[in-house]
Design a protein around this ligand. Sequence first.
Ligand code: MN
Length: 449
Amino acid sequence: MPGLRGFLEDLERRGELLRVEEELSPRFEIPAVLRALDGGPAVLFERVEGFDSKVVGGVCATRGRICRALGIEPGAFYQRLLHAVEHPTPVEVVEDGPVKEVVEEASLDRLPVLTHFKGDPGPYITSGILYARSPDGSVENVSFHRILILDDKRATLRIVPRHLYRLCQEARGEVEALDVSVSLGLHPALMVAAASPAPFGVNEFEVANTLMGGGLRLVECEHVDALAPADAELVLEGRLLLDEEAPEGPFVDLTGTYDIQRPQPVVEFVGVMHRRDYLYQALLPSGSEHRLLMGMPREARIWEYVRNIVPTVRGVNLTMGGCGWLHCVVSFKKFREGDPKNVLMAVFAAHPSLKHAVVVDEDIDPFDMEMVEWAIATRFRGDEDLLIIPHVRVSSLDPASDQERELGCKVGIDATRPLSKPEEDFRRAEIPVSGRVRRLLEGLKRLGE
Ligand code: MN
């Protein structure tokens, strides 16, 4: 089933969906539960104070779930995503779909939009993907944007200087507004595609369609000239005003700290389409889901860059502690003494927001942070293996940097063993395991499960 519902059914069968029957408010209460259970099961809030619809959150909160939604093993994610970005599949536009069960005038007050954190300026839609096309129809784009509700019809949204920003720049002067759809309650493949670093001009709906093996269908919106997934739970139809701004933020971003307030464009919502009993999809800012959806597509790009330097890359981890964005561990097979620093430079080139990178030998699992630290403890020397790049572009989200000019410092750590000393000096000592010890340990492990 191509929608969110089929995926949730699968999660429930596996015991990865928690139903909360207690009535809770979308203001702080539901976010507090999502935060407490972050990285665990998806959570379905059955009763939402003041609203008829249910709220679901944490759908993509683990790597395993994202990969299962794409029908792949975790090791295949990078290749699969890069393939989809390079081979988008045109999407069939159909007359009707579940999302058109109810079509009405927009009323943002009727949606259970969450207010997440203490200092938030209001309710924020955080799981919506926005579709827009250029006035001549030649370029289509789908991307995530956080959306701050201003009143019953209007909102302001953060548009970082990427594809939608460019679409708006090019449309300014030609038209006063761009018709857009904002879709929520989606199959994870759509969320991964919307977060992917596809080049300008690539329609992310088509990337999602490749990821889904051709199962995606779109519908025309009823009130605006835009497309949206036929199986979405909820679609907001709006006009993105090109000459009107409102203060957006402060917003808690990936780092869990507040991003600054800025003037940002206003979107006026004119219509809404939804399933009769639609699920409102929540996405906790700075939670695992946020970090994975931001980080995993970047890992794919880093993996691609590193493969240009060395043939064997075991894995790339934009770590959770590093906000899925600022810290990266890469494990690869080193052939020459100079490989690690070349790999570090490739990693920084692949992801300009990155702040700290650690490279390790292929015997170190990049997702096991205790082993990564062990490699730093036993294979790294500060005077030889440290790469410091001062006065360089970093993430605007890093509070330790000059955020206005996006200037900071990058640090690379080469925690691979030097080739000048024998490999045995760096290997973890083993204890021989006899047949009966193996059987004993397997039995104990089963008991523990
Ligand atoms: Mn794009």
